[in-house]
Design a binder for this molecule. Structure first.
Ligand SMILES: Nc1ncnc2c1ncn2[C@@H]1O[C@H](COP(=O)(O)OP(=O)(O)OP(=O)(O)O)[C@@H](O)[C@H]1O
Length: 258
């Protein structure tokens, strides 16, 4: 992914206290949440879906977020991916604070830095696997030749090099999810946000899809935040964070309190 000097570059502070590697001390982490609180109002009632949540995930690192239904997992993913900015605290991707970006600028930054793998995020049914993977590149104005190369690379990355011409309903559930993974990775994102990516798959297929997602992300140096109910899936992560009623029971690389 290319960046230019015209790109917005508002920065989160560079001193990321958590990271264990020297590299992570000098580069901003792929994603950082700092004391994020999200309050929803329903009439006079207030509900906190997230309460002072802090975490940092570095490039190439995989963090599983677990917790019971309603714990705030999806809310956290939406904030990390800049889909929800109505929170207190700070959330940054690759050093850029989401709340400093607006409108189309935010959407463009999201396309270039974040890949989403979400259960039920359907592939376009009338488009082939290759065409589905191409969508983020088209949105980003990538030239046709480069698009073809990158789609072919992404198909190979998920082991579907000879399935690109098939429509989604000609593929198995596991293969469809691999197409979704290729689509999420094709823009070379710094961060993959995966919300129950294997929820609809049987356990053997789920395990192979998760292994593939994590291997592909690691190969590309992307960080992964993986929301899952399944302890078998969480086992594949480098670290786990458990949310309960909007609070992290197990802080991941939490910033020190000032
Ligand atoms: N826009 C909203 N308005 C009101 N309440 C909301 C909103 N979004 C989330 N919530 C509430 O916040 C809490 C956390 O929701 P969230 O979807 O993040 O949980 P979750 O851990 O992902 O749950 P599940 O595992 O069932 O998907 C829930 O009580 C939910 O009802």
């Amino acid at each position: 992914m290319e960046s230019s000097s015209s790109e917005p570059a508002p920065e989160c502070p560079p001193e990321f206290p958590s990271a264990s590697s020297a590299k992570a001390r000098t580069e901003p982490p792929a994603v950082r949440a700092e004391r994020v609180t999200r309050v929803h109002r329903d009439g006079r009632r207030e509900l906190k879906s997230l309460d002072q949540v802090s975490l940092t995930v570095s490039a190439g690192e995989v963090v599983a977020v677990t917790g019971p239904s309603g714990a705030g997992k999806t809310s956290l993913l939406h904030i990390l991916g800049g889909l929800d900015t109505g929170y207190q605290g700070r959330a940054c991707v690759a050093g850029t604070d989401w709340q400093t970006l607006h409108g189309s600028e935010r959407a463009r930054f999201r396309r270039r830095t974040c890949g989403f793998v979400v259960q039920g995020l359907a592939l376009l049914p009338q488009a082939t696997a290759a065409e589905n993977i191409e969508v983020p590149l088209l949105l980003d104005g990538v030239a046709p030749g480069a698009r073809r190369t990158r789609v072919a690379e992404a198909l190979a990355l998920v082991g579907l090099e000879d399935q690109g011409a098939k429509l989604p309903d000609q593929l198995s559930g596991g293969q469809q999810q691999r197409v979704a993974i290729a689509r999420a990775l094709v823009n070379g994102p710094a961060l993959i946000l995966a919300d129950e990516p294997t929820g609809s798959l049987d356990s053997t297929t789920a395990a192979s899809v998760v292994r593939l997602l994590l291997a592909a992300a690691r190969e590309r140096g992307a960080a992964v935040v993986l929301v899952t109910h399944d302890p078998q899936v969480a086992r594949h992560a480098d670290a786990s964070a458990r949310l309960h009623s909007g609070r992290l029971d197990t802080p991941v690389h939490e910033s020190p309190k000032e």
